[in-house]
Write a protein that binds this ligand. Structure first.
Ligand code: ZN
Length: 434
């Protein structure tokens, strides 16, 4: 039955205790410096941007190190005696950050260009006629980062004696490199798992070791076969209200068998707003930029908040699918420029913006449970009634209620989720009968 094997990667988190936590901080500072150095170096060398990560690594080393032949490198790395595996982890960190910056920049430029082509003018955050008009921060996609916060990744040769109870890390104390023994507290690794490079992450007052664990997954039957087998489909729509998402389960006959709202959006916005307020106040009193170093702890807190909710929502959606025997999740797909416009209006710390992360986590969490995630263009799904297919006659922006031409009423996000599930079911049935 199975058509091949796949794998999934999950991050295991361990509490870490050691004799010199300050050495881990020194190591992190050194790492941050090297990451930033290579980030800037890559952005300065446009000819490398299209290369693979492996090629970029070689090119950046060539530009910054004397090599065996003791050349004078063009832009020498300003630190000496950096272990090669530590440096390579930092180069990869800087490369990933630079690539992500370039992608964001490109998407922003594309969306601005297409806005110009459509004869529309953008007038900043919160503008526009999208249904979610609430503003917080304008994404600063066009400006390279002042500092990059990425946790130190310990490649092989930077750690040894690794088990779920213990690890010895090679760390920088400000003067020299030391091997430091650390105790770990967490769960056992699964028997068939592959253990990837761990990283040390400061989570509030706690030192944590994050370990990506790669597990084989028995393959997943392709979508078409699942549809023939009559499995249920779950349509999901993301919202900017108290519900992060709304889901509707559609059975083989096209009937709805379950509905769920994944709430907590208001609570999340409230927490974020409080932190953003602290950042604004502290920036005003220090005369600093909101992104300045004094606010780093608040930004970290915001980041953790976002991670927490994104994991929770994606986990709940997968559980809902398991309980209702849905083997496929359908998410709405939009054109990039539309997506950017709506997200810009909603703000970086809005429930709707969290959907980026929920989508990512859903994909691997669903995969682990043998559920497939697909995306379907949302065009039409939000403008017609799921019951009768007639256009929606009225939409109330406040209550999120709609009335269709035939007089059917309901929540319009739920209506979109229903349409996505039904459309997906129909498309596959049509595909199979032909
Ligand atoms: Zn209707």
């Amino acid at each position: 039955m199975s058509t091949g094997k796949g794998y999934s990667i999950t991050t295991y988190r361990f509490r870490l205790r050691c004799g010199h936590p300050e050495w881990l901080m020194r190591t992190q500072e050194l790492y941050d410096g090297i990451v930033k150095f290579y980030y800037d170096l890559l952005l300065d060398h446009e000819e490398l941007w299209e290369q693979s990560s492996q090629e970029i690594l070689c090119s950046l080393e060539f530009l910054s190190l004397p090599g065996k032949e003791k050349r004078k490198p063009q832009t020498p790395l300003p630190w000496e005696d950096v272990p090669p595996y530590f440096r390579r982890a930092a180069i990869n960190g800087g490369t990933a950050a630079a690539k992500s910056f370039l992608t964001r920049k490109r998407m922003l430029e594309e969306s601005e260009e297409s806005a110009k082509e459509n004869g529309k003018t953008e007038s900043g955050a919160g503008s526009g006629d999208d249904p979610y008009g609430k503003k917080h921060y304008v994404p600063r996609a066009e400006i390279p980062a002042e500092e990059i916060n990425s946790a130190v990744v310990y490649y092989s040769r930077m750690y040894r004696d690794f088990s779920p109870e213990h690890i010895t890390l090679k760390v920088w104390d400000g003067q020299k490199w030391n091997w430091m023994s650390c105790r770990l507290f967490g769960r056992e690794f699964p028997p068939e798992a592959g253990i990837l490079s761990p990283s040390v992450v400061l989570e509030g007052p706690f030192l944590m070791l994050h370990v990506p664990v790669k597990e084989p997954v028995e393959d997943i039957t392709p979508v078409k076969k699942r549809m023939r087998d009559g499995e249920n489909i779950c349509g999901v729509q993301f919202t900017n209200g108290d519900a992060f998402a709304v889901a509707s389960i559609c059975d083989a006959e096209g009937n709805e068998t379950a509905v769920k709202f994944f709430n907590g959006g208001r609570e999340y916005s409230h927490h974020c707003e409080k932190l953003l307020e602290k950042i604004r106040r502290s920036a005003d009193s220090l005369g600093d930029f909101p992104e300045g170093p004094a606010n780093r702890k608040y930004w970290m807190h915001l980041k953790h908040l976002r991670e927490h909710y994104a994991h929770q929502v994606s986990r709940e959606i997968v559980r809902f699918c398991e309980q209702n025997h849905a083997g496929t999740i359908v998410l709405p797909k939009y054109r990039n420029d539309f997506m950017w416009k709506v997200m810009k209006g909603a703000g970086n710390w809005s429930p709707l913006h969290l959907s980026f992360r929920v989508r990512t986590y859903l994909r691997y969490k669903a995969w682990q449970s043998g559920i497939i995630v697909i995306e379907s263009y949302a065009g039409g799904a939000s403008t017609v009634c799921a019951k009768c297919g007639q256009p929606l006659a009225e939409k109330d922006g406040k209550s999120k209620e709609f009335v269709c031409r035939m007089g059917h009423r309901g929540n319009w996000h739920l209506n979109t989720a229903r349409n996505l599930a039904v459309k997906c079911r129909r498309q596959f049935q049509e595909g199979n009968s032909g």
